[in-house]
Design a binder for this molecule. Structure first.
Ligand SMILES: *Cc1c(COP(=O)(O)O)cnc(C)c1O
Length: 406
């Protein structure tokens, strides 16, 4: 079994289903009984794997994790309630007061907020640098740095860093390289090939199967020596490369209570089975729409890494995701254009089956000042188009009529 779609469809159940169901049923049960007091003790002590309480583990969620593991080739996966839940759990597990994470200001707005406000309040610092500048990145790392954190394609700046170069720095400094691969999940990006230790994904996006449900994933490729991290060193002596997965499952996620609901795990298991199909369609649509938009006079600065970015083409050979941006003359023109669209929906999501569009500066980034928005690479003239799987001609027609009217 080597093809992505085959792997996503044919993951084995960990236990034989009583009725030979082909889909893992939704186990909407909070608690699971043990046959004996001894069995219950053994499962609490981790000596006998068994589900006890759904905040700790659940059969439907576990099956989804198995499917993701099978699909990605990771040594294991942890599924949580959202992409933000995955990011917060991971940062809380690998870092503490006085430590820092090295990243860029060109990242998803809520991740920036998590780092610069919510976690900063607890003493975790963030060092912002330009991740596309390897020398500068290496120079800001200090003995308190626990990880370099990047987005494979940043949202919404669509910036692409040299991931192999960053991996080389992480290896020299013995720190983690963590990639948010929401825009380029496995199949579009081969994380271990480029030296990424941990992959974080909002499964709300591509995996959910068309924006059906929220979810988040942490994937560990087993390539980092956790003796290099003070919070995981002890765990590493017992569990080796599984130290992080172990601590997330047995403590951090249990304590935070951020587990994925069984119902969402079911939807996302189903979504995963058509991921490759949908990704092929939406990436192809995006590439063609980017080229098309470049031919339309009022449109400025069409940005799609798949179009003319050699680094992106090397790192994402199967498609550079389904997000593109372009600029119009000013904010008023952007709003006028948005209001004239008939098929494309004004909404803040991506990798829905439907094509969605948003003006980031007035929405996702509206809490920031003009100066901060400039630093974060989000001008008032920018529109973000999250391309779906509709027929290309219909999308082109809608964009063209709204531009002409505007
Ligand atoms: C959407 C998104 C997230 C957050 O995911 P949620 O599932 O909405 O919590 C994180 N990173 C990136 C790049 C995203 O696009």
């Amino acid at each position: 079994m080597s093809g992505f779609t085959t792997k996503s469809i044919h993951a084995k159940f960990l236990k034989k289903d009583a009725h030979n169901a082909l889909h893992m049923p939704i186990y909407d049960s909070v608690a699971f009984a043990a046959d004996t007091a001894e069995d219950l003790e053994a499962s609490f002590r981790g000596r006998k794997p068994a589900h006890t309480y759904s905040r700790i583990s659940n059969p439907t969620v576990e099956h989804f994790e198995q499917k993701i593991k099978n699909f990605s080739g990771a040594q294991g996966a942890v599924a949580v309630a959202s992409g933000m839940a995955a990011l917060s759990a991971l940062f809380l597990a690998i870092a503490g007061q006085g430590d820092n994470i090295v990243t860029t200001r060109h990242i998803f707005g809520n991740t920036y907020s998590l780092l610069s406000a919510t976690l900063k309040q607890w003493g975790l610092e963030t060092i912002y640098t330009d991740l596309t500048d390897l020398r500068q990145t290496e120079n800001v790392i200090n003995e308190k740095t626990r990880a370099i954190f990047l987005e494979t394609i940043t949202n919404p700046q669509l910036e692409v860093a040299d991931i192999t170069g960053l991996a080389e720095i992480a290896r020299r400094k013995k720190i983690l390289l963590i990639a948010d691969t929401t825009l380029t999940p496995p199949y579009l990006f081969d994380a271990p090939k480029f030296g990424v230790h941990l992959e974080i994904l909002s499964s709300t996006k591509y995996i959910s199967g068309g924006a059906t449900s929220l979810g988040g994933l942490i994937l560990d490729y087993g390539t980092y020596d956790y003796r290099g991290n003070p919070y995981l060193a002890e765990q590493a002596r017992k569990f080796g490369p599984s130290a992080l997965l172990n601590i997330l499952k047995t403590r951090v996620c249990r304590d935070l209570g951020n587990i994925l609901s069984p119902h969402n795990a079911y939807l996302q298991s189903l979504g995963l089975e058509t991921l490759v199909l949908r990704a092929k369609l939406s990436c192809a649509n995006t590439l063609k729409l980017a080229a098309f938009l470049r031919t339309l006079p009022p449109v400025k600065k069409v940005n799609y890494p798949g179009l003319d970015n050699a680094l992106a083409q090397k790192q994402f050979p199967n498609g550079a995701g389904a997000l593109l941006t372009f600029e119009l003359a000013d904010r008023a023109k952007c709003f006028q254009f948005l209001n004239r669209l008939q098929l494309i929906r004004r909404a803040t999501n991506l990798n829905d089956n439907k094509t969605l569009i948003i003006h980031p500066a007035s929405t996702i980034f509206s809490e920031y000042t003009a100066e901060q928005k400039a630093e974060m690479g989000v001008p008032e003239t920018l529109l973000r188009l999250a391309v779906g799987i509709e027929d290309l001609a219909d999308l082109q027609e809608d964009l063209q009529q709204a531009l002409e009217a505007a």
